[in-house]
Each structure stands twice: as C-alpha cells, then as structure tokens.
Design a protein around this ligand. Structure first.
Ligand SMILES: [Zn+2]
Length: 304
C-alpha cells in the first residue's frame, strides 16, 4: 500500500513536472514569438538606445560649453546631468570623486529656477533638488556651478543640522533664554551650550554650507584650470588671484565669504542675547575656521 502510494506519488510528480515544463515552454515560446524580446533583452535594448542617444549629443554638449549649444529635445535634463558627471569623472582627481558621488546621489535636477530663489543656480535642501537655469548660465560657468550645487547635495553637515535647527525641545529652550535673559554672562554652562548648538546648526544650513561648497568648488576649479578642463570664471578667478600664499586655503575661503554673509534678523534673531551669541560664534569661527566640521565634503577633500 505504502509502496504503491509512493509509486503513484512519483508518477504524479513526474506528470506534474512535465505539465509545468510544457506550460513554461509554451509561455516563453509564445511570449518570445509575440513580443520577440525577453525582459532582459528589452532592458538591454532600452539601455542601448539611451546610450546611442547620449553619444549622439555628447559632442554637442562640449559645444554647449563653448556656447554653441544644441541639446537633445528628449531627456535633455537627464542628458545634461549625465554629460556633466561623465565629463568631470573623465578628468580624475576630485572631479572624478564628486562626479561618482553625484551619480549615486538621488537629488532632483531641473532646468528651471527655484521659485524661492533669484539665483541662476541653487540647491533646495528640503526638496533635495538642484535648480540650474540653462538659458541663463553661460557655458564657461556651467560646470563650476554644477560642481557647486552637487557639493551642496553631498554636504552631510547641512543635512544633520536640519533636525537640530528644527528640534522642538531645543527651540523651547532657546525661547526660554530669549524671554528671561539679556546677556550671555547670565547664562548657565548648559544654556550656553544649547544656544551655540542651535546657532551652529543655523549656520550649517546657511553660511557654513556655502563655505564648504565653495571650498570644494575652488579646489575642483583649480584642478580644472590646470589641465584646461574647466574654463575661467570671473568670481573664482578674482578669488584665486588675490589668494595670499601664507594663508591656508580653507582659512582664506572662509574669511573671503564671511563679510558678505548677512545674519537673519527675524524671530529669535531679533533678541539681543541671540545676536550677541551669534556674533561671538561667528568671531570664534572667523578666527579659527578649522573649528568648522566639513563632514562628507571633508572626507572627499581629505586636506583640512
Ligand atoms: Zn551655494
């Protein structure tokens, strides 16, 4: 009984396997005939078409850098992003490192201007998107601005600062300080720490984010000028020309940017104690820019 049962089971098993095999054969046979491509082949074909499309416009992209632009109508945003990344990667050094990081990064990319910004190029930290006005940005500026905005998109210190600056408990603490105290000398050690932590986070979202991004941009700009892969930019050229030999680059960039960064004056920033704390903090960082954490950008630069 048991033997017969197992025989029957084996026969059924073989039979079932054959049916499944036949079904699979028919399915794939028919689908192959009907659609002529497997999914893998389809993906491969799509990739090939995209590569050919990209290759076709690649030379024109280099023309674009010389302001004789002709961009593809289809997928032009994706094309320009990939072309900019590939261009940077092809020259090695920091450009290659940043280009690779950009490829892995999931930021949004758009040719329009960000509604909140008036600048030709910007990075929106909440949307995690790069906005670059392709009609307004000159060919010689495109890559340096692209580098600058991508630098923002890999700034780990800026992202970390978002949650600190918006931390409810910390904000409540700052509120109490602004309501009850007038000068820094009245604060306890812990209150001083909290206030500096919140203000540092604020600076990390603004001025210090610009400092880190320009530091990396400057280094890549110098690399690019040395081998001709990047074209001269008036503002960076001015910065480069005036650089004193005896001042470290990070100190020089920090101190060059600092005077033009105006602190906010609304909300907590209108309180005298916050103003005093922010002035003190900015002076401290101005005297020693090495105190500024560079995070992921620092790992990339690996110099300061
Ligand atoms: Zn910036």
């Amino acid at each position: 009984m048991c033997a017969r049962r197992s025989e029957l089971k084996n026969q059924l098993h073989v039979c079932a396997s054959s049916v499944i095999f036949m079904a699979l054969f028919l399915f794939f046979g028919i689908s192959k005939n009907s659609y002529s491509l497997t999914i893998a082949e389809y993906i491969q074909q799509e990739k090939k078409q995209k590569d050919e499309h990209y290759q076709k416009f690649k030379d024109q992209w280099f023309d674009y850098l010389n302001e004789e632009a002709a961009l593809p109508e289809i997928d032009s945003v994706a094309f320009v992003r990939k072309a900019s990344e590939d261009y940077l990667i092809s020259f090695g050094g920091l450009r290659e490192k940043l280009g690779i990081m950009s490829k892995k990064n999931t930021y949004g990319f758009s040719f329009s201007r960000n509604d909140d910004e008036h600048r030709k190029a910007s990075y929106h930290r909440a949307h995690r998107s790069i906005f670059m006005d392709i009609n307004e940005i000159k060919g010689n500026q495109w890559l340096t601005l692209f580098v600058h905005e991508v630098a923002h998109s890999v700034d780990s210190e800026m992202f970390e600062a978002l949650s600190i600056f918006n931390d409810k408990k910390l904000i409540e603490e700052i509120q109490k300080i602004t309501q009850k105290k007038k000068t820094l000398s009245e604060l306890s050690e812990n209150q001083l720490i909290s206030l500096e932590k919140w203000l540092t986070a604020g600076l990390n979202l603004g001025f210090l984010a610009e400092y880190r991004a320009w530091l990396l941009t400057y280094l890549i700009y110098e690399e690019g000028l040395a081998d001709g892969s990047l074209q001269a930019d008036e503002w960076l050229e001015n910065l480069r020309r005036n650089r004193p030999q005896d001042v470290p680059l990070n100190v020089y960039i920090f101190r060059s940017l600092s005077p033009s960064w105006i602190d906010p004056t609304e909300g907590f920033f209108s309180s005298p104690i916050v103003k005093e704390a922010l002035t003190t903090l900015r002076k401290k960082l101005y005297n020693d820019p090495n105190k500024v954490k560079l995070g992921q950008i620092g790992e990339l630069i690996n110099q300061f």
